[in-house]
Write a new protein. Structure first.
Length: 626
């Protein structure tokens, strides 16, 4: 064993000799940029060796200056003795922007403001009980006495855990028969001495492939009182769910996949409860939503059959467990549950989004699309729902892009190019550190319209601003870390693949249902791109269909919004079960039309300009100019 000191955090860790530094850093709870599953391809996990012996696999991603300064890629470097290293700010994952669900679209029906239609009825109720002590003349059993008192308050119960049942007689007598009972779905989950009904909290958790978002919800006051976000630490084991499933199967890394997620969740919870001075013992429920693979990792369920035909998950419906069983640091008796997953490729996050949008209750046909690492599309109304999933990849969250970054302060979210001059806007107006998803879409649109790139994504001959590295967006002297921010042809190709996958998913799902885009009367957009994405730019490059712009509605992070709604209302939670049963999944992986249409989408905006009648006029202008 050797000891590794991580600076400036002053964390000391024991590790076996020969362990790679990325594994050691990940085990410390420090989030470091790494998007290639430790293969050494992304070049983002740079650290500086200050002292000690190590071996490193050669890589062209390190310069001679890096070697001179003992800067290495953590994933390719193995520790051979006690060692000290420094993780620079540029290699660390920064705080992410939480794009809250707005649910503020124009009303089509009374239920269109979905968040406001459910009566307050939290998933966990607290009731103060003034119990009469037992006597020889009235020797009712303790549990029956409690059940009777709760029934009088309109709260029938039938269940209690064995562990709590064993503690109950001592709690009741120690509290002088004046206790607060916490009840979830007909089960008593905890007792507290005295009147504690106002101290009733829950956690809404969005488990994204790339990012995690959590809300601390005051169930008594019916409001969110704190928020937290984090990188999903599993990203160091693969950018997409397929890579992570393979990691689990081939490297037996399920424990690492699960525990890294739980550690990150606990860290966010701790941050929120400390900020609001809330006791973790008063957090009585955690409701999670995520794609089906993330839900399996959360529950520590074998995920391998998700990626093999006929693509069957272990779990589809919600199963409540206790926080203690999953090592989540809230009340150990608190209920922990994930929203139901309709299929292997459409999960609880989409169910939550459909709930938040309200499309499950509309008469008119609507479309819901989640723009994330996994692109999911839902079409339907109050009578039926159909869905599909298409692998968009991590581009929209900064992955697979040379200067790509998640939506953090300093991320470029909008670009304009005029007469060869690039202007940009960053999140919170901080010095630029990279380009996030909305910025990439904006940049692509500007580069196409300006003739810098052709419709096939290749640089135009003699285009201004194009160097050997690519198109220079921001000079290093203007950036936070002094590094140029640029875009390469490979980056453009990756983005073209992602936008093509999304558009093709929309197009093929409509075709399978015998519909056209003209049948859709509302188009809801959810995901990390948020309201910063310019719809006109997204249509211009062929990411979204060419329909009237006023039909598009941003929902922000609709997954976390839907989960919050469920925590605050049992009715909303029950509707997620109905959505799950109602939704039909259409598998695109076996669809013969998909690949043909996908290939056709790998142009700006598409090989078939007739699909983009309004945008076509703009492209014809470019053609005349060239």
């Amino acid at each position: 064993m050797v000891e590794v000191l991580i600076l400036p955090d002053k964390k000391r860790l024991k590790a076996e000799k020969g362990t790679d530094l990325l594994t050691i850093i990940n085990s410390s709870g420090i989030f470091i940029n790494s998007t290639c599953a430790g293969e050494g391809n992304c070049g983002k996990c740079k650290v500086k060796i200050l002292k000690g012996n190590y071996t490193i696999r050669p890589t062209p991603l390190l310069t001679r200056e890096d070697e001179k300064e003992k800067i290495v890629l953590a994933c390719l470097t193995r520790v051979e003795s006690d060692l000290e290293l420094e993780i620079p700010e540029s290699s660390r994952v920064e705080e992410l922007e939480i794009l809250e669900g707005e649910v503020s679209h124009q009303e089509l029906e009374p239920s269109s403001l979905a968040e406001n239609i459910f009566s307050p009825a939290p998933l966990v109720e607290k009731h103060f009980l003034l119990l009469s002590p037992p006597a020889l003349t009235e020797p009712t059993a303790d549990f029956e006495r409690v059940k009777t008192a709760l029934l009088e308050k309109g709260c029938p119960v039938k269940d209690i855990s064995l562990q709590l049942l064993r503690r109950m007689p001592y709690i009741l007598r120690g509290a002088g028969w004046k206790v607060t009972a916490a009840v979830c779905d007909g089960e008593i989950i905890d007792f507290e001495a005295g009147n504690r009904v106002t101290e009733n909290y829950g956690i809404a958790l969005d488990i994204g492939t790339t990012t995690l978002v959590a809300y601390l919800v005051d169930m008594e006051k019916q409001e969110v009182i704190s928020t937290a976000s984090s990188c999903n630490p599993q990203i160091s084991m693969g950018e997409d769910v397929i890579t992570r499933i393979i990691q689990v199967e081939e490297k037996n890394s399920m424990q690492q996949m699960h525990s890294s997620l739980i550690i990150a969740v606990n860290k966010m919870i701790q941050q929120m409860i400390l900020e609001k001075n809330v006791s973790g013992n008063n957090v009585n429920i955690l409701l999670a939503g995520g794609n089906t693979t993330m839900t399996h990792f959360f529950y520590k369920l074998p995920p391998g059959f998700i990626r093999r035909s006929p693509y069957v998950p272990v779990l589809g419906s919600a199963v409540p467990l206790s926080a203690g069983e999953l090592n989540i640091r809230i009340n150990p008796f608190a209920k922990v549950m994930a929203l139901p997953c309709p299929s292997a490729w459409v999960g609880g996050d989409i169910v939550a989004g459909v709930l938040a949008s309200g499309i499950y209750d509309f008469s008119v046909l609507s479309m819901f699309i989640d723009l994330g690492t996994n692109g999911e599309v839902v079409i339907g109304n109050k009578d039926w729902l159909a869905s599909c999933s298409t692998s968009a990849g991590p581009c929209f969250e900064g992955g697979g892009i040379s200067s790509g970054i998640r939506a953090i302060p300093g991320a470029i979210e909008k670009v304009r190019i005029s007469n060869g001059k690039v202007t940009y806007k960053t999140i919170k107006n901080k010095k630029p550190v990279g380009i996030c998803g909305s910025g990439l879409i904006s940049l692509m649109a500007q580069m196409v319209s300006g003739g810098i790139i052709q419709r096939d994504g290749k640089f135009s001959s003699g285009a201004a601003g194009v160097t050997e590295e690519g198109f220079l967006v921001v000079k290093g002297e203007e950036t936070r870390y002094g590094k140029d921010i640029y875009i390469t042809e490979t980056d453009i190709k990756n983005l073209m693949n992602s936008k093509g996958a999304i558009f093709t998913g929309i197009f093929v799902l409509l075709k399978e249902l015998g519909l056209t885009i003209d049948n859709i009367q509302r188009f809801y957009i959810s995901g990390g791109l948020g309201t910063a994405m310019d719809i006109k730019d997204a249509v211009y490059i062929g990411l979204l269909p060419d329909i009237p712009l006023d039909l598009f509605v941003f929902l922000g992070n609709s997954s976390i919004t839907g989960e919050k709604m469920c925590i605050l209302s049992r009715e909303a939670k029950n509707i997620t079960e109905e959505i799950n049963k109602k939704m039909t999944y259409i598998d695109l992986s076996s669809n013969s039309v998909f690949m043909q249409e996908y290939t056709a989408s790998l142009f700006f905006p598409h090989t078939n300009l007739d699909l983009f009648p309004n945008v076509r006029k703009e492209y014809e202008k470019i053609g005349r100019r060239s």
